[in-house]
Design a protein around this ligand. Structure first.
Ligand SMILES: Cc1cc2nc3c(=O)[nH]c(=O)nc-3n(C[C@H](O)[C@H](O)[C@H](O)COP(=O)(O)OP(=O)(O)OC[C@H]3O[C@@H](n4cnc5c(N)ncnc54)[C@H](O)[C@@H]3O)c2cc1C
Length: 392
């Protein structure tokens, strides 16, 4: 008997308003808002919770401010300073704010806080519950889980970069997944101090990519991301980066790799009875690879579209598209413009950095803090003039 038939054969059972698949920030945010809005919602996660997630854990201030829970238990370090370098003989720029620019969080803990908030609001949370099949009928969706199925009127697909649910629902995977590799270094205090004051981003640490150095509680996390899907040997670039930082002799532990989707699905982000959010939709920033803020935002926008239309089949999808376009997709398009410049034309980017690197760093820092957007950076003619005007 085919898998599809088995799903149908196992009977209708309870029909939830919404099944959210994936208990990362996108899924937890969607489930929390849906439950708070009175929807009957079930959150399905394939792993036991709290689960581990490979991530730099750099939560930009705008994402931290948007959290509806007290995230302090997850916070490991606070960076009020951002340092960026560009090129092989690096040009160095620094931006500082009075408040946090990037809050370093322990991802398992942050995600667990968000899931527990969803549970507290009334969502049913089911860990160890991988979805392995999907069948969309006229009025509902059946999700295959171990020992049976879950039926819901709508599905929010929040299963992350490696998720397969969108494909099960009929999407071709047109996201651009790029590889990232990170590790932890436990340094003696005198050595850690040098890296402890700033979150560092080193463009030029590898071709068409960048390296990051994030201070955490009692350790330094170092990572590299290549913006090319086939990047060659990322391990080699990580060692080269460690050498460049003067850390080649430091003991490295917990080497971990995972993909980041830095370009979204080219088609619709919602179709039939399925809405894509977070990494499942491919919403990480193509310049910074930062993905948590758009994950949370898209999860909430999906929930709002469902709640505001009363789950109306004809209205949910267009409303979600409209909201996503206004809130996220336009910004991602502009971020891609900057990413093409920085990663695709490194010489031109270096020249621009030489002229106006400080403005770029200040601008990106303001975006991280939620005080600016890529749109306002590009729309404000003064910024063009500043970019073009030679330094005094
Ligand atoms: C190395 C690395 C460093 C990064 N650093 C940063 C950073 O510093 N700051 C930042 O903002 N972003 C960073 N990101 C990106 C960020 O981690 C993601 O954008 C973010 O986690 C997306 O959240 P999500 O909820 O969409 O997906 P996820 O957090 O990946 O959650 C998806 C969930 O779905 C579950 N799932 C998958 N398939 C199924 C299934 N079939 N059934 C049930 N459950 C399923 C998974 O187990 C998982 O729990 C980094 C990513 C990587 C790889």
């Amino acid at each position: 008997m085919s898998r599809k038939k088995r799903i149908r054969a196992s009977g209708p059972g309870r029909c939830w308003d919404v099944a959210v698949v994936g208990a990362g920030p996108a899924g937890a945010a969607a489930a929390e808002r849906l439950a708070r809005g009175g929807a009957q919602v079930v959150l399905l996660e394939r792993y036991a919770l709290p689960r581990r997630k490979v991530c730099g854990g750099g939560l930009v201030a705008r994402a931290a401010a948007a959290m509806t829970v007290d995230i302090r238990p997850a916070v490991e370090w606070i960076c009020r300073r951002v340092e960026m370098t560009m090129g092989p003989r690096p040009l160095r720029f620094m931006a500082e704010r009075e408040d946090a620019v990037i809050v370093m969080v322990e991802r398992a803990c942050l995600d667990h806080l968000l899931v527990e908030e969803a549970r507290r609001r009334g969502a049913e949370v089911r860990p160890c519950c991988p979805v392995t099949g999907m069948r969309i009928d006229d009025g509902s969706v059946a999700l295959k889980i171990p020992g049976g199925f879950v039926r819901a009127r709508w599905v929010v697909c929040a299963d992350g970069a490696g998720g397969r649910l969108a494909r099960m629902a009929g999407w071709a995977d047109t996201r651009r997944l790029v590889p990232a590799l990170e590790c932890s270094l436990h340094l003696p205090p005198w050595r850690f101090r040098r890296f402890s004051r700033a979150a560092g981003f080193d463009f030029g640490a590898l071709p068409r990519g960048y390296g990051w150095r994030f201070p955490k509680a009692g350790r330094l996390d170092i990572g590299v991301v290549s913006m090319q899907p086939r990047s060659g040997n990322l391990k080699h670039f990580l060692w080269r980066y460690l050498k460049r930082l003067g850390l080649a002799d430091a003991p490295v532990c917990d080497l971990r790799a995972a993909p980041i989707p830095v370009a979204m699905h080219t088609g619709e982000l919602a179709s039939g009875r399925v809405l894509l959010v977070g990494d499942a939709a491919g919403l990480a920033d193509p310049l910074t690879a930062e993905g948590i803020s758009h994950a949370v935002r898209s999860g909430r926008l999906a929930a709002d579209a469902l709640l505001e239309t009363g789950l109306d089949a004809g209205r949910v999808v267009p409303l979600y598209h409209r909201r996503m376009q206004n809130a996220i997709l336009g910004e991602l398009g502009l971020a891609r413009f900057f990413a093409r410049l920085v990663f695709g034309h490194p010489r031109a980017a270096e020249r621009l950095f030489r002229l106006r690197g400080q403005h770029f760093v200040e601008g990106v820092t303001d975006i991280a803090c939620g005080r600016s957007t890529y749109r306002s950076l590009l729309q404000n003619p003064l910024n063009y003039l500043r970019l073009l005007r030679p330094l005094p």
